[in-house]
Design a binder for this molecule. Sequence first.
Ligand SMILES: [Cu+2]
Length: 158
Amino acid sequence: MLKSTAAALVLATTLPATAFAECIEVTQGNITVSAAWSRATIGTERPAVFYVTIRNDGSEERLLGIETPVADMPMLHESVVESGAARMSHADQIIIASGETISLEPGGYHGMLMDLRTELVEGTTFPMTLLFQNAGPVTINTAILPLRAREAACAKAP
Ligand SMILES: [Cu+2]
């Protein structure tokens, strides 16, 4: 029962993307979240990624976690290079200093969507909720880009 409810929820929220879904900007309190994107997946065996830009116009803020209906175990990761080898470690939180803009991006902090409930289909979107210590939960629609995408097209917009 629980499982079919979750599947229905995923179907209901995986809506076709508008052409510029990745250009969506959501402001709540002092936090503005934009350019949310991910990559298409082949099936659900391997985890998906989540990237986003966060601007903090208030005092120091902390991103404590992420939640999405498309994955059972979404988490924050940091890519680090140790002895010349790239590896990923779990990040308990990401601190955003007052006035700072940070990006979760390839090679740095990122969201790792473990235990996918559904394949991520290019051209569609899914909701992602970012849990901030002060601003609370902020939900943004995430654009699913091609498998080889390296950045949000919108990040470069003027
Ligand atoms: Cu990772």
